[in-house]
Ligand binder design. Structure first.
Ligand code: PA5
Length: 448
């Protein structure tokens, strides 16, 4: 079953015909992706990625994942940004919420690192790994990202100390560029197994490359179904599908129409805690793709009902510059019925016999109605359940919507020049060789 999209509760906030007014531009944007005529067209490798993935390639990824799973108690995934969030969002979304507490000899713990520079985080990680057999997947397209490279050196050193250099070789896998960067040099020199990140797929669009697929397979998730779901969505959003039937085109046009009408912030909403990191992935996808040239919808997120007890007030009643996009999951995986209690001291017997999900669904409906009444446009995206197939659909849906939306906004959705500014300052402050002039300049600025 395909995802479904309901924009009626967004449309009511727009002038009549506002979405259809963007139809021609949206169709042209979809065509621009197909024909490779868009800004950033050297990074369109994600567009037909799902349909180009072969069973042989998936078998290769699964074989390496199985090998690591059989050898390691813990698999550390080192990566940041696009080399982190895709795997994290799928693994969190499709694993048991308490996996990390379940001692299961057959399933290695999956731990993420290389996405921060917290000394305590890294100290505690190295402590946790003491005496354990662990594997490392070092993921970096450039192969030079500070957070990941620094973490990898720490972990590699520890692993070699714990199991020796020879054995460590079998426990380290690199996912990086075919030729460039320190991660590639190191993998080739040390003889690690490695996977290549295609040149024409940018970090935030790379979840369906080994960047995402290898860690996801390591977590025991069905990557075949993930890809099948993405392939189904690739077909549904194909260039020859009419605008009215292309969910990604409609979503892209709707959010841009809202933006043009003063709705500057999009809040991705979920009612399932497992979707928390889905929103983190989505925020990177849209934030890094669209926030440029002093333009762009600010992508935010809330986990409901949790955040109804914190951000709910603002959303209901604050400045009316927001809209919500809700990912609704139709069916839970499990059944839990609310019990009857003779004494009814908590007064909750009106819920007795109901599914917990029925309570959640009523919270969802009640919230949507309240927020719409409060002036918050609502886009509703429903999926049947949280599984690999639906995740695959959702991933591709948002990727292609983002590729279209960036053009409607008039930006190059596939570069990220803005992320260099902090790195330049950090290297200047840390006196990295080659940054001598910048070091002088930044010291003078701080002293002024
Ligand atoms: O989307 C992007 O391009 C970035 O978020 C990168 O993925 C991130 O900076 C990590 O880069 P790299 O894979 O080169 O280490």
């Amino acid at each position: 079953k395909s995802i479904s999209l309901d924009i009626t509760k967004a449309q009511q906030f727009l002038p009549a015909g506002a979405i259809m007014a963007l139809k021609e531009q949206t169709v042209a944007a979809r065509k621009g992706l197909e024909e490779g005529t868009v800004p950033g067209n050297d990074f369109l490798g994600w567009l037909h990625l799902p349909s180009s993935i072969t069973p042989e390639f998936l078998a290769e990824v699964k074989a390496v994942a199985e090998d690591l799973r059989s050898k390691a108690e813990v698999i550390v995934i080192a990566g940041i940004g696009g080399s982190y969030l895709g795997a994290k969002c799928v693994i969190e979304g499709l694993s048991n919420s308490f996996q990390w507490l379940v001692k299961d000899a057959k399933t290695p713990a999956i731990v993420f690192a290389g996405n921060n520079i917290g000394e305590d985080y890294l100290y505690e990680l190295t402590q946790y790994l003491q005496g354990k057999t662990f594997a490392i997947i070092n993921i970096s397209k450039s192969g030079t990202t500070t957070e990941t490279a620094l973490t990898f050196r720490l972990l590699k050193t520890q692993l070699e100390q714990q199991v020796g250099k020879e054995k460590a070789k079998d426990l380290i896998v690199a996912v990086t560029d075919a030729k460039k960067g320190a991660a590639r040099t190191c993998a080739d020199k040390e003889g690690y197994r490695s996977f290549i990140i295609p040149d024409n797929v940018g970090g935030r669009f790379s979840v369906l490359t080994p960047v995402g697929l290898l860690p996801i397979a390591c977590a025991g998730i069905d990557i075949d179904q993930l890809v099948v779901g993405a392939q189904a969505m690739e077909l549904q959003c194909a260039v020859d599908v009419p605008f009215e039937e292309n969910p990604a085109a409609i979503y892209a046009a709707t959010r841009n129409a809202l933006y043009q009408n003063g709705k500057k912030i999009e809040i991705l909403i979920n009612y399932q805690p497992k979707l928390h990191f889905y929103a983190e992935w989505w925020k990177q996808l849209f934030g890094e793709s669209e926030g440029k040239d002093k333009k762009g919808i600010f992508p935010a997120s809330c986990d409901f009902t949790t955040d109804l007890h914190s951000m709910g007030q603002w959303i209901q009643d604050g400045e009316r510059t927001i809209f919500e996009t809700c990912i609704s999951v139709e069916n839970p995986d499990n059944t839990l019925l609310f019990p009857h209690d003779e004494e009814n001291l908590d007064g909750l017997n009106f819920l007795a016999g109901k599914h917990i999900d029925e309570v959640n669904k009523n919270a969802e409906l009640g919230t949507r109605l309240a927020h719409v009444d409060g002036g918050v446009p609502n886009i509703l995206i429903s999926i049947e359940k949280l599984d690999a197939y639906n995740y695959g659909q959702l991933i591709y849906f948002f990727e292609i919507a983002c590729g279209i939306s960036g053009q409607l906004l008039g930006v190059n959705a596939f570069n990220q020049p803005g992320v260099e500014a902090y790195k330049k300052n950090m290297f200047a402050l840390l006196e990295k060789p080659g940054y001598e002039e910048e070091t002088k300049a930044i010291r003078a600025k701080l002293a002024a």
